[in-house]
Ligand binder design. Sequence first.
Ligand code: FES
Ligand SMILES: [Fe+2]
Length: 383
Amino acid sequence: MYINFWYAAELSKRLEDKPIRVRMLSHDFVLFRDSKGNAHCLSDTCVHRGASLSGGKVKGDCMQCPYHGWRFQGDGKCVKIPSLGPGHKVPPRARVDAYPTQEKYGIVFVFLGDLEEAKRPSIMDIPEWDQEGWRGEAMDYYWEANYERAVENGLDPAHNEYVHPTHGYSGENEDTSYKVGELKIEHTDMGFGFMLTFQSPPLKNPLMRMIRNFDGDLEAGSGHHGPNHMWTKIHLTDTKWFHQYVFETPIDEFHLRTFLVSMRNMILGKWADKTVNGRNFVVAEQDRVVIEKLRPVITPQSRTKELLMPADKVISLYRDKLDEWNREGWRIDAEAVNRTRAKGDMVFAIPGPARREHKGWVLDPVPLIPGSDAEESKVRAVS
Ligand code: FES
Ligand SMILES: [Fe+2]
């Protein structure tokens, strides 16, 4: 799990006048809307004596702690400590981490990290979102799985034949010359993508059958953007396309919440939403039963502990990309977090951007695995 990326925190439609507690990257956050309807995200742990802010109330533009009523603005600053009486001065350390938010595609996104704005990686773009001739909406679901395993599954060009019998079948046909074709990979600054030709049977669902009722080539492909955003494009025919955008949010290393924005350029009536979304859930369920049982639960750190084949090239490329972010020193030291949590006498916070301006924070920042620069200095110190 990494700091310094955008994470989908909640469906916009679910965040109304009540605060919501959300767990991401193994930490708790509170989401709330201010009087103008703008979404805010704060570290959920009150710096007074540790109450969960999400159990409190929204008062004007502030989140009020349920325990002793301290009020925190959307920027994390405490502006009221009732026990001090009228006209009191709030000490500067009375501040919780606050995180930048953006609402797009029907989702509240939160930047979980301390990078200044100009250096922040972007949210994956959905160009079809407001294009005429396209329709889609965001939905979410939960898995008991590691989010990197889920991204790798989304990128994997060799699992369709076995996990999704409706997509491909020739791998299971003993008499075909099935082989995963050559992947034409295009790299971006945040990842890569590829398209591939699959052999696919006619679709079974009557509605889908109206779109594709032939046996033959189907163009499809996937890509990723950062550690946790990925896309899949399925071109059922030359002109009938599904483009699916997936924002994976690790609840912790072992649990995952997926936000799926499923776009289509056909059957644009609202009446078809239920069928299409139902279909998406069927496909996700086919993946879930396999991915939840992968062992080890977390992708092994050594690539010699799996036997990768040429079709797994994209898995290696994704891990290479993760290594880049490891070198930045953005990977959370989950082991250290879990050790501390087991003791139960300390809580960390994901550092927000204000940590670059203010000193004297009450909560320690989450431990990170040192990046390569730090590693080098350690090596230098030893030698
Ligand atoms: S714990 Fe939040 S106000 Fe006391
Ligand atoms: Fe799949």
